[in-house]
Design a protein around this ligand. Structure first.
Ligand SMILES: [Zn+2]
Length: 136
């Protein structure tokens, strides 16, 4: 009986999570596009500024490069998140959402509520991050 309630709960929650993931996908897509545009604009600004001043300013140059790199890193970060959101939506379509990719156990709803794009349970996420930190 309790199990049935829990399963019904999950289906309701998954519908709710799908809405959130779809909204997240739109938001991230827009953000990534905005950042890409900024990278392009900055690139143009920088080359026209160099021409305008007719002199090479190393200080401005490194600052512009630093800002540009930061924006590019941010864009890559957002594209990574976007990929995870896409994967979560695929899993929802295939009915494999909410199951840990490592151990195959159900990921607790509380965790999915906090991270709708989660693919691993807390334990396996921690293990994976430890492996990554060690560079394995
Ligand atoms: Zn697991």
């Amino acid at each position: 009986m309790e199990r049935t309630v829990e399963q019904t709960d999950r289906q309701t929650q998954y519908r709710h999570l799908r809405e959130r993931l779809l909204q997240e996908r739109t938001r991230l897509q827009e953000e990534a596009d905005t950042l890409r545009q900024r990278v392009r604009d900055n690139g143009q600004d920088f080359s026209s500024a160099t021409v305008r001043h007719g002199a090479y300013d190393a200080g401005d140059d490194s600052f512009a490069t630093f800002e540009q790199e930061k924006t590019i890193a941010l864009e890559q970060n957002i594209r990574g998140l976007l990929k995870a959101v896409h994967r979560a939506l695929d899993k929802l379509d295939q009915g494999t959402y909410g199951v840990c990719e490592e151990c195959g156990r159900e990921i607790p709803l509380a965790r999915l509520e906090a991270f709708p794009e989660a693919m691993l349970c807390v334990e396996d996420q921690a293990k994976r991050e430890r492996r990554r930190t060690r560079g394995l």
